[in-house]
Design a protein around this ligand. Structure first.
Ligand code: SAM
Length: 313
């Protein structure tokens, strides 16, 4: 065992990453910082105490202060006061890296505004572990945090991501996983490759890969437990590969769920085609299929939304 060094540290704020499951996934430097700082602030003081115990770091008579979203405004001034006095303060969230879907942003910003040095003892982030295990492209990725919990706002948030070419990484609660995957399949496209990464670095770690439609179906049939990250392949916007039939069938697929205006926007974003081109396909379809569902639904959409064919490029 390597003993943490409680070496003298310069004053300033140390943003310390902690494990996301397995206690030994902490860096030696993070332990040195936790052993050496004057004050430790933690989102969850109980889990911090446990971590210090596991790694043989003595707290001694140093303060261990709870700092989280609810008490931030009350506790921040005290931490900033210590920092102004030249003390070293470590901040760690309950798991992984502070500020990644976790508190710490306001504290770091206030410290910087005070000209206090802010540095990091980096380490685990669930989003990055999931990305590396997902099998999806890692050259460009976008971390989108948690989706909204209400269906309507979740779908709008997904619509904003539909044209993103980078691999998408999303955090999700186990109880909303099935609904979120179903919405992702409907909005981002049923055939997008994806991975559901559960309980990373823990005993029951699991990575399930498939299309969004497959994962949505599978997840609807079982209870999801533990912590989950969903990784989704980026949009393929190479419009040279997209046939008119592809556009027609996608328009038919999405029109029952939304207005014509939204359907055109969505298909244009997904395919990278010009909005005007997609709108023209939709009009052709209405003309051709006036008697079927697409025709009547789309015409309703036009009337309801006052679609006038303007091009929003
Ligand atoms: N700060 C953390 C980080 O650096 O990843 C994230 C904290 S956020 C409040 C908690 C969410 O992170 C969970 O709901 C889950 O989506 C994801 N997460 C954290 N640990 C995980 C793990 N071991 N396996 C899978 N997902 C995890």
């Amino acid at each position: 065992m390597v003993n943490p060094k409680s070496a003298d540290l310069d004053g300033g704020l140390y943003l310390v990453s902690v494990p996301i499951g397995t206690a030994r996934d902490i860096t030696l430097r993070a332990l040195d910082v936790l052993a050496g700082v004057d004050v430790i602030a933690a989102e969850d003081t109980r889990s911090m105490r446990r971590l210090l115990e596991i790694h043989g770091v003595s707290l001694g008579d140093r303060p261990l202060i709870a700092y989280h979203d609810h008490n931030g405004p009350r506790v921040r001034p005290k931490l900033l006061q210590w920092l102004r006095e030249g003390k070293s303060v470590a901040y760690a969230s309950e798991a992984g890296t502070p500020m990644v879907a976790d508190p710490g942003f306001d504290l770091a910003r206030a410290a910087r505004e005070d000209d206090t040095p802010v540095t990091a003892a980096p380490g685990p982030v669930a989003a990055i572990v999931a990305l590396t295990l997902s099998g999806l492209p890692t050259d460009r990725f976008l971390f989108a945090g948690f989706l909204p919990s209400s269906k309507g706002r979740r779908k709008s948030a997904l619509q904003e991501l539909v044209a993103t070419k980078a691999t998408l990484i999303l955090y999700e609660s186990p109880k909303r996983c099935a609904a979120a995957l179903a919405d992702m399949a409907a909005v981002l496209g049923a055939d997008r490759p994806a991975a559901m990464c559960r309980e990373l670095t823990k005993k029951f770690e699991e990575v399930r890969r498939g299309t969004l439609a497959e994962l949505a179906l599978e997840t609807a049939e079982r209870q999801v437990r533990g912590e989950v990250v969903i990784v989704v392949g980026g949009a393929d916007r190479d419009s040279s590969n997209i046939s008119s039939d592809d556009v027609d069938s996608r328009l038919k697929e999405v029109t029952p769920e939304m207005s014509l205006r939204d359907a055109v926007d969505l298909v244009a974003a997904e395919t990278g085609l010009k909005r005007r081109q997609v709108y023209q396909r939709a009009l052709d379809l209405i003309g051709r299929d006036a008697d079927n569902d697409f025709g009547s639904g789309a015409v309703d959409g036009i009337e309801a939304n006052g679609e006038d064919g303007d091009d929003a490029e």
